[in-house]
Design a protein around this ligand. Structure first.
Ligand code: FAD
Length: 530
């Protein structure tokens, strides 16, 4: 059965009348990882997402699978080691989607990052993350640094470093893991909100679910329940009357996107700005995105938004390092804004808070997991499923966690070389689409072939996008056009230069309400370029 709206209805119908082993609340990367881990162990799993998969933080990150150099500064060696080794595993599981990327770190006179300390730190980073020799950090002289990135402000540059990272598409990583969990038998529904808990005695025994498409409610019983609702974790703990002790501290992070021509950097760059914070500038397709801010947040979590201050901060940061670009607010083509669900620590500022994950266990048996990183999703899942198994299924003979061996794409690639061979072959056979194929392969892996197969020969980009939409509707449970625009294809951010009213009309396919919503989403993106 395709992973589409019919499958969603099928799964909801099943859940209406059957009890499951494990209910996972939240379809971000954390919930996705848990669902896959649990189903591979042999549990019957339901995953419920209130809006769309990756609607929360998991579509609004810096889109890096990284070892977290900044955690070294905070002396969190354990975290660096864990996420450092995890990135290599996730790359192996999805080499088309988690792509090696060399990061340039320019070093300036009088800034926090000293040359020798950075050299030593990166060496330690490579050691902790077990980076293979050919990928280990390379220190650069001033001349080499300026040659690597001619756009850099030369004033005060004393050298630089190149080190290994991986880039990804966060929302696609999430959907691929969810599809994999579904292929292995998990019951999955987006637009299905958990509105309350069902108690048996003093134990949670299920949830009330509201189908957000029809408004109808139903009860779902489950032996174990894991709350993986990201920034909303505390709202559910509150409903479970268990928001005691540690709580979440939400911080907002904004990214802005420029045309690559306006910020034509040669590679990804991680640079320090005036206030000592570190900012990424990352090229992607025809664009370069820059982020992130890190400020305390209290407000409407669905849409944390961007303020003029956020945008001005980032534009100034970029101009301080790449002054010749002379960027203005008017150059911002698109943006996104997300919330970090961090664990509160008394007296610490937003950027000082640890990115470690934490599990909360309520007296009624609800397990909640928050904090952490996109990069560490697999280990987070392993830890919390281990605990759920210990609490609820110790008498069952279940498989051990094996997600490090479960590829996250239908047809798996051996390694990145294999991906490149596939891509070159696809280009050779579809020369007219050569420019678009790297993007398609990075997003859809081997499924790029299916998308291209269904294409008319007119070679118009809008036809390609419609073929992508068609694929995502049939195989990735796109329910609302926004799901496709933002979280399956990323076109709202990385295709906005080609997106016009005519295309939106074609995408809405006569549905006036969808069209109005998409026009609204698009117009909000243009806020600062008016
Ligand atoms: P979410 O993705 O928010 O998922 C929770 C889901 O639960 C949401 O989709 C929500 O709709 C759903 N939900 C809420 N309530 C309910 C309910 N009642 N019923 C059903 N569903 C519900 N990490 C990295 O490794 N690399 C990076 O480059 C990186 N950059 C970042 C940059 C920024 C600006 C931010 C904010 C974070 C970044 N992170 C990064 C961290 C990473 O993105 C997050 O740790 C991760 O995405 C959190 O995923 P999650 O699944 O826990 O939460």
């Amino acid at each position: 059965m395709n992973f589409d709206a019919t499958r969603r209805q099928h799964d909801i119908n099943f859940l209406k009348s059957n009890r499951v082993d494990l209910i996972v609340i939240g379809g971000g990367i954390t919930g996705a990882g848990i669902a896959l881990d649990a189903v591979m162990r042999g549990l019957q799993v339901a995953l419920l997402e209130r809006v769309d998969f990756a609607f929360g933080t998991s579509s609004r990150s810096t889109k890096l699978i990284h070892g977290g150099l900044r955690y070294l500064k905070q002396l969190e060696f354990g975290l660096v080691k864990e996420v450092g080794s995890e990135r290599a595993i996730v790359h192996k599981l999805a080499p088309h989607l988690v792509i090696p990327e060399k990061m340039l770190l320019p070093l300036y006179e009088g800034k926090q990052m000293g040359y020798w300390l950075t050299s030593l730190g990166l060496k330690l980073y490579d050691f902790l993350a077990n980076v293979r020799e050919s990928d280990q950090r390379r220190m650069l002289t001033r001349a080499q640094t300026l040659k690597a990135e001619p756009l850099l402000n030369p004033t005060g540059v004393k050298g630089g470093a190149i080190y290994a990272e991986y880039r990804t598409d966060d929302a696609r990583l999430t959907i691929e893991i969810i599809k994999t969990a579904a292929r292995h038998g998990a019951y999955i529904a987006n637009y299905a909100e958990v509105t309350d808990f069902i108690l048996e005695g003093d134990h949670v025994a299920g949830v009330h679910v509201k189908d957000m498409r029809t408004g109808a409610g139903f009860n779902l019983l489950g032996k174990a329940i894991i709350n993986a609702a990201g920034p909303w974790v505390d709202d559910l703990r509150e409903r479970n009357h268990s928001r005691q002790g540690k709580r979440l501290h939400l911080t907002k992070g904004v990214h802005i996107v420029f045309d690559r021509k306006r910020l034509p950097i040669q590679q990804s760059i991680y640079f320090e700005v005036g206030d000592g914070r570190m900012i990424f500038a990352i090229p992607r397709d025809r664009f370069t995105y820059v982020g992130t801010t890190d400020t305390g947040f209290e407000g409407q979590k669905d849409d944390p938004g961007i303020t003029p201050d956020d945008a001005i901060y980032l534009v100034n940061a970029v101009n301080s390092v790449f002054p010749s670009a002379e960027l203005t607010l008017g150059d911002i083509r698109s943006w996104w804004s997300g919330l970090r669900p961090l664990i509160h620590e008394e007296g610490k500022s937003a950027s000082e808070l640890s990115r470690k994950d934490e599990i909360f266990e309520s007296p009624s048996g609800l397990l909640s997991i928050a904090g952490g990183k996109l990069t560490g999703y697999r280990r987070m899942a392993e830890r919390v499923v281990d605990l759920a198994v210990e609490r609820h299924f110790s008498e069952r003979r279940l498989n051990a966690c094996n997600t490090r061996h479960v590829p996250i794409n239908k047809v798996s690639f051996q390694d990145y070389e294999d991906v490149r061979r596939f891509q070159a072959d696809l280009i050779q056979r579809n020369a007219g689409w050569a420019e678009e194929i790297p993007r398609l392969v990075a997003l859809y892996g081997s499924e790029a072939l299916n998308i291209l197969n269904g294409l008319p020969q007119d070679r118009q980009v809008s036809s390609l996008w419609l073929a992508e939409r068609e694929y995502c509707t049939r195989h990735e449970m796109v329910i609302d056009p926004e799901d496709f625009l933002i979280r399956r294809s990323g076109l709202l951010y990385f295709g906005c230069d080609l997106m016009d009213g005519e295309f939106l009309k074609r995408l809405a396919d006569g549905d006036e309400a969808s069209l109005a919503r998409m026009q609204d989403v698009l117009s909000r993106q243009r806020l600062f370029s008016l």
